[in-house]
Design a binder for this molecule. Structure first.
Ligand code: GAP
Length: 510
């Protein structure tokens, strides 16, 4: 389904709402509705179970969002967590300089795509896209232009050359997308951290930041956790929590927000072994995504060429979102940068005593960092489908179905009395609901014809619908309908729990 349909489905079925909608919304902030919060919690549980509870050497943490301001000095966020920003003097709109330049390249890329489509139509089955792209003169010129622009931009970004970025924008005559004006300010570095003020201390002294990543809460607690759990290297600390970034360009729904949630794990290792663990976590994290049912061809690696100041290797797992392949999760080999920096600025030792070597050292760190909201979006995008199925009379009809993995589906089972105006049926259905609700998130629904109720459950991804009919009153059996196969099976009420459990158990993914 296209992106627009995905956004409207998310709203219509109570997954995601625009924040403060009655005041025309706050950009890049979203609220998770009744089904959204269940799906998000299930994603978090899957992550926590597989990362923390399935690893004897990984433990959890829940650090506070506010941290001592020196934390952000040490981590480099005060000095280096910047985006290059440019304002248009006429429209007063602010843009990320690199996004403007990439937008210009995207337009050239679209022209290439048009040429490819035209040629495909002309040559039919004979058409070989790779050959056409590598031999057609016009396409080669256009591709060379894109490569040249992006290479200049990456060099300017790497060297923090703000003048260089402005020159690229001026040379390409890039206009403000809002007003068409080319009247630009200089490019300036814009720090992405939100700041606020401590009530009791005036001025700079009382300045606090909302954390831009959860990782630093883990670094500063490294020794607290190690000593209280008596873990030996290698071991990990995992955390799920909110992070905040004052993104200049925040768009594409919940993909890039100013307030979002991260699921991060820092794995502390002996210096020199970081490559081995980087490779291990790369594979393990990719498997985590495919185990949930995300098709392998919708995921790919993107190794970083320009490494952050703290990293000696980094890669992204990208997902094929409705707007193209984009970063879903980052895996970073962060060296000993963070622990060293905190050690220096705080004056407190953050070292591990290695009993085998009888010496202390600062461990290296391999990090896995997944955005919970991006994970949510990837699952919605992957699952939402329209398909033709037979209706009650056997005729073709179109249904919208959310084929989420049952383990993360918001509602596991819907309990439906065949008709609502027969008290014996509604009473029997309520009894079934009461039996199941202690084990699963269930919904009771008696409104509308049964076919319509099935469709409502399909649209929110409920894997099982249980229907209570007149036979139930006679023999204590119900029908259970499978969301994907549409098969209906008659089962005894006493066997329902085991049946639903077998299909929705998180253990199926481990
Ligand atoms: N501790 C490392 C770190 O924060 P990152 O690549 O900046 O690395 C990690 O962020 C993940 O957080 C990303 O892969 C993405 O899933 C998520 N993320 C980052 N910025 C985001 C934003 N503005 N909105 C939603 N998710 C975001």
């Amino acid at each position: 389904m296209d992106f627009k349909s995905l956004v409207s489905h998310s709203k219509e079925y109570g997954f995601v709402f625009q924040s403060s909608e009655i005041y025309d919304g706050l950009s890049a902030a979203y609220d998770y509705g009744p089904n959204g919060v269940e799906l998000k919690n299930n994603i978090k549980q899957y992550w926590w179970k597989s990362m923390v509870q399935m690893h004897a050497n990984i433990t959890g943490l829940d650090a506070s969002i506010f941290m001592h301001p020196k934390t952000w000095k040490a981590s480099g966020h005060v000095d280096a967590f910047n985006d290059p920003m440019i304002d248009n003097k006429d429209s007063k709109k602010r843009y990320r300089a690199d996004v403007l330049i990439e937008g210009y390249c995207e337009k050239i890329e679209n022209k290439i795509k048009k040429d490819v489509d035209k040629a495909r139509k002309r040559f039919g089955d004979e058409f070989n896209e790779a050959e056409f792209r590598s031999t057609n003169g016009r396409i080669l010129d256009r591709q060379a232009k894109i490569d040249d622009i992006l290479s200049k931009m990456n060099n300017a970004l790497r060297d923090a050359d703000m003048e260089g970025l402005k020159t690229i924008i001026e040379d390409l005559e890039i206009a403000c997308p809002d007003s068409g004006s080319k009247n630009w300010t200089d490019v300036r570095q814009f720090n992405l951290m939100f700041s606020t003020q401590l009530g009791s201390i005036a001025g700079e002294e009382g300045k606090l930041y909302l954390r831009p990543e959860t990782a630093q809460g883990i670094f500063v607690n490294f020794l607290n956790v190690q000593k209280t759990t008596r873990q030996k290297l290698p071991f990990g600390i995992a955390q799920i929590g909110k992070a905040f970034r004052n993104e200049i360009v925040a768009r594409q729904f919940i993909f890039r927000m100013r307030e979002f949630e991260q699921m991060e794990m820092q794995f502390f290792v002996k210096p020199g072994t970081q490559k081995e663990y980087f490779d291990y976590w790369k594979e393990t994290r990719m498997k985590w995504h495919t185990n949930l049912g995300t098709p392998a061809d919708k995921l790919r690696w993107h190794d970083h060429d320009n490494l952050a100041h703290y990293a000696d290797a980094a890669t992204d797992i990208e997902f094929d979102f409705p707007f193209g392949f984009r970063e879903l999760e980052g895996i970073h080999s962060r060296t000993d940068f963070d622990l060293n920096a905190h050690q220096e600025l705080s004056g407190k030792k953050l070292q591990y005593f290695d009993p085998a070597l009888n010496e202390s050292y600062v461990p290296y760190v391999v990090e896995t960092s997944l955005g919970c909201d991006r994970m949510f979006l990837s699952q919605m995008a992957n699952a939402l489908q329209e398909e033709t199925v037979p209706d009650a009379d056997g005729k073709d009809s179109i249904r919208t179905v959310l084929k989420l993995n049952p383990v993360i589906a918001p509602v596991k089972v819907a309990v439906l009395p065949l008709v609502k105006n027969k008290e014996e049926l509604t009473k029997a259905a309520s009894d079934v609901f009461d039996k199941l609700k202690t084990s699963f998130n269930c919904q009771y629904d008696e409104k509308d014809a049964i076919g319509k109720r099935y469709r409502r459950q399909d649209a929110i991804g409920t894997p099982y619908c249980v229907t209570i009919d007149f036979d139930t009153l006679e023999d204590g059996t119900v029908t259970i309908r499978d969301r994907d196969s549409l098969k209906q099976e008659r089962v005894n009420i006493d066997d329902l729990k085991a049946k639903v459990f077998a299909g929705t158990d998180m253990g199926n993914l481990m």
